[in-house]
Design a protein around this ligand. Structure first.
Ligand SMILES: *Cc1c(COP(=O)(O)O)cnc(C)c1O
Length: 358
């Protein structure tokens, strides 16, 4: 039963939590390399890639920061339509990378036309797009953006922040010709926080060969060298890797198609509820399958609502940053089920009634 309706961390199934209590093994031992090797094909299946998926002991931000450093040889174009897109521009700046921001209004998506026009200037060799902008509840049209971007600059390296989408919505790394697709363990994968998972193409590695200062911990070429030995350069988060092994089994038992359908059904339910009582912040046609930003048109006191829901052990998320109070967010990702969503929506309806709002 899910009780956390915030966009990460999400609730972790008890057997996955328990998997973490297995005894430690040496990370250079056969026991560990066998485990790491067993995980790889299933991760490739989830990311829909025949290439490779790295696992680092960090949240997703670390690995994507590393990918930005490893892949930007000339200039990076960072697309933003919300707080996480903005953060990537801050990360590029902090690393001294040459970059430019491409902005869409909050609540809107970045468009393929916009990206195509920017790349037509031939200034950029690397592109970063957020798949699912968690602050505004917008899903960007990644497949279309990638196709149009590659038509402009055939060897552009495309980096995707899929932190709040991978494992919950269709994301075809190879078919869409994406180069680096990064997620965090604590969102749609429904694991505890602490792992980053990143699918990486041969094109991204070839680019990294041309970049002299890639850092060390998240250097894609170093991660590759160790993955070939079913290992990692530094000590992996072994307990979380045990949990990942168990959770991948659960995810593939449910089936990715069924998992995506469950996320879509929950999104439909929340949107229908929200539009009859409030409004939806994200533009129609670009609404997220994993998190809904409800426009707080009735000026609900979100902390008071959360205090009420806490009596049932439930929590939702206030608006992010500047959207605090103007929106509240309901996550429908990970192992959350449609009946969990029904329980939450009933809880909010009860709050509305007791406060005389309905
Ligand atoms: C949560 C989130 C992040 C940050 O992820 P960490 O796991 O904290 O590194 C980045 N981008 C998006 C879209 C997110 O939802």
């Amino acid at each position: 039963m899910s009780r956390l309706f915030i966009p990460g961390p999400t609730d972790v199934p008890p057997d996955v939590l328990a998997a973490q209590t297995q005894p430690m093994v040496g990370h250079r031992s056969r026991a560990f390399t066998d485990l790491f090797a067993r995980i790889q094909p299933r991760l490739r299946q989830v990311f829909q890639t025949e290439h490779r998926v790295y696992i680092t002991a960090s949240s997703g931000t670390g690995l994507l920061e590393g990918a930005m450093r490893s892949c930007t040889a000339e200039r990076l174009l960072t697309c933003t339509c919300g707080a996480f897109g903005d953060r990537w521009a801050t990360v590029a700046e902090a690393n001294g990378l040459p970059f430019e921001r491409l902005e869409a209004d909050w609540g809107q998506a970045n468009t393929a036309e916009q990206v195509e026009a920017a790349l037509a200037t031939r200034q950029y060799d690397t592109l970063l797009v957020v798949h699912n902008e968690t602050s505004t509840g917008v899903e960007n049209p990644i497949a279309e953006i990638a196709t149009r971007a590659r038509a402009q600059v055939s060897d552009v390296v495309i980096l995707i922040d899929a932190v709040s989408s991978a494992g919950g919505v269709p994301l075809e790394t190879d078919a869409w010709d994406l180069d680096v697709v990064v997620t965090s363990s604590q969102k749609c994968f429904a694991l505890p926080p602490g792992l980053a998972l990143g699918a990486v193409s041969d094109r991204a590695l070839a680019r990294a060969e041309t970049v002299p200062h890639r850092g060390w911990y998240f250097d894609l070429l170093l991660l590759e060298k160790y993955l070939l030995r079913d290992s990692t350069p530094a000590t992996p988060a072994i307990s979380l890797v045990y949990a990942l092994d168990r959770q991948l089994q659960r995810m593939l038992e449910e089936g990715m198609v069924a998992r995506f359908a469950r996320h879509a059904a929950m999104a439909d339910r929340v949107r229908e509820w929200a539009s009859s009582r409030f409004g939806l912040y994200a533009a129609e046609g670009h609404r997220s399958q994993t998190v809904t930003a409800v426009a707080n048109t009735r000026s609900l006191d979100v902390p008071a609502l959360n205090a009420f829901l806490a009596r049932e052990g439930m929590t939702l998320a206030d608006g992010y940053g500047a959207l605090k109070g103007r929106t509240f967010r309901i996550a429908h990702m990970g192992e959350t089920t449609p009946s969990d969503i029904d329980a939450l929506l009933e809880g909010i309806d009860t709050y509305l009634k007791t406060s005389g709002l309905r």
